[in-house]
Design a protein around this ligand. Sequence first.
Ligand code: GLY
Length: 369
Amino acid sequence: MSAPRTVDVGGDAPYRIEIGPGLLADGARLTTHARGRHALLLTDSHVAPLYAAAVEAALRDARPELRVAIHVMPAGEAHKTLASFGAVIDALAALGATRDATVYALGGGVVGDLAGFAAACWMRGVDCVQLPTTLLSMVDSSVGGKTAVDIPQGKNLVGAFHPPRAVFADTAALRTLPPRELRAGLTEVIKYGAIRDPRFFEWLDTEREALLAGDHRAPAEAIARSCEHKAGIVERDPLEKGERALLNLGHTFGHAIEAEQGYSGDDRDALVHGEAVAVGMVLPSARLSARLGMAPDADTQRLRSLLLDYGLPVDVPAGLAPDALLARMRLDKKNLAGRLRLVLWRGIGRAEVVPDVDEAQVLEVLGTR
Ligand code: GLY
């Protein structure tokens, strides 16, 4: 195996992101950060049959004294709940996990968020090592320490900041990723170009075929560049007091769609997270920004076209009422003093947080098709 690419995240709790094929089988690397004798491997019903046994074997081979338990949760955002959180806590208790235990999160963003939150809470905080298997979790959710569960009122409303000890993004896992999930992950990659990096935005346009074909080189490059952007932001602003909010371009509205649709689970028509964020980046973010004179119309069209070229949705799914979506947006964590605070856009490569956005303007944009 060639040496993985690495991205270091600095700050008070530094850690390394390693990116490359075959990492999930490399027990010596995966256990570098396991301080104690207990490891809980949290995964879901889609990922478990593919990788859980191999990861468990790799951990045991590298560290025979490690007591490893596997906990498999049902797959899907619909299961990122307080009930699932309770089941992970029960698994840690059954394992007899002590304060030096490690929770390994093997899966996508749902598993990563839930594992991180359980690790943040068990005995007031044990280590979490992220083993993301989806593109979305490799470029976004496994990095930066945001952990949470959803409640019926909204997404990620209960959680904690708990940075991982390490992140291992095994790019070989992308080969088993359903094409819909690969495209959804590319939304978050496009987001980095949209908010910070016009040259990366161009690159994403030219490398579309290679990225969608899932060859190794282009995704590894996209993951490394995305992680470099995210690492820079979260080390300056780990608790989202300022600049980190820019990473939420499209998310306030995307989360509202997800909540209004009851979260994708077995419902194949419901948008998955990356798809909902794609709609949110165009509507209301870019379109509202263009209407407010903040971003050139031409850039809004380019963003829309790039997302469409990647096979991503850009329109509000039928049947979702603008006022119901706005009500959901009012519960977003970025809002302060009851005012709608949104990440808006200055055109390709620049975004900014705008406090007190006029709700009537948002409603109008949401109502356009
Ligand atoms: N996903 C946005 C963030 O980590 O801040």
